[in-house]
Design a protein around this ligand. Structure first.
Ligand code: ADP
Ligand code: MG
Length: 256
């Protein structure tokens, strides 16, 4: 049993803290994300968003606090073990193998996922092709399957990255600025796609994003980080109207 029931949050964070020298990057942060919920973590540059993500992914050890994913305490686990719990991630810097085709990139991800499961039903090569093409269709990349990923346009690379993350059948998707470097239309499209997949699969999604249109269109809940502390959390409309949030973050942006 790995202990998770439907009522339990998929991700539970409490008392999370990380300092770099004198800078407290993340300060006593606590929140939960439930299955099927899409939650945005926003805040000014240097607020501590990436530091939070790095701790959730096991790349950075917190100074204090607990992280539970599907009921399992993950502090101290290496990234690979966290990934095996069913955590998918996309990187701010795209991480695909350029020399491989688009399809091969997804196949590699599928292969390591099924190996990690120690799947007794040895999945055949052909099945991986079908599964890979299914995932590529999901992200609208089927037409690019045979192209080397090194020739893809930036937005297509991000969609491939999403397909690679989905190959792990994630219960929780962690996305640190998934649309960084994309144009406004592409941003909206990628998040709309992510949201549609998340709702269908009941995947929990935690993402950061600078484009407030994207945030307020797709997030069920928004959390605002400022200088390491969560200063607000709630429904998008509530957070948008919060005077403190407007002062530290939204005020300088075109928030409607
Ligand atoms: P955000 O992603 O919200 O822009 P970060 O989490 O990257 O913010 O950074 C939060 C604070 O921690 C910043 O002051 C940043 O300079 C500092 N910081 C982040 N990573 C490191 C590091 N590896 N070493 C020293 N300081 C860091
Ligand atoms: Mg960051």
């Amino acid at each position: 049993m790995n202990g998770a029931t439907a009522a339990e949050p998929l991700l539970e964070v409490s008392g999370l803290r990380k300092a770099f020298g004198g800078v407290v990057a993340v300060d006593d942060v606590a929140f939960e994300v439930a299955a099927g919920e899409i939650v945005a973590l926003i805040g000014p540059n240097g607020a501590g968003k990436s530091t939070c993500f790095n701790m959730l992914m096991g790349q950075l050890a917190p100074d204090a606090g607990t992280i539970r994913i599907l009921g399992r305490e993950t502090v101290g686990l290496p990234p690979r073990r966290i990934w095996r719990l069913g955590v998918g991630r996309t990187f701010q810097v795209t991480a695909t193998f350029g020399s491989m085709t688009v399809r091969e990139n997804v196949q590699v991800a599928l292969l390591s996922h099924h190996r990690a499961l120690r799947n007794p039903w040895r999945i055949a090569r052909e099945q991986f092709v079908e599964l890979a093409d299914g995932l590529l269709a999901t992200v609208g990349m089927q037409a690019h399957a045979d192209r080397p990923s090194s020739v893809l346009a930036y937005g297509d690379l991000k969609r491939l990255e999403l397909a690679v993350a989905l190959a792990n059948q994630p219960r929780l998707l962690l996305m640190d600025e998934p649309t960084a470097g994309m144009g406004p239309r592409e941003r909206i499209e990628l998040m709309a796609l992510t949201a549609a997949i998340a709702r269908r699969e009941r995947t929990a999604v935690l993402f950061t994003e600078h484009d407030m249109d994207v945030v307020f269109q797709h997030a069920d809940r928004v959390m605002v980080l400022d200088r390491g502390r969560l200063i607000a959390a709630g429904a998008p409309a509530e957070v948008r109207a919060d005077p403190e949030v407007r002062r530290v973050y939204l005020g300088s942006r075109a928030a409607r």
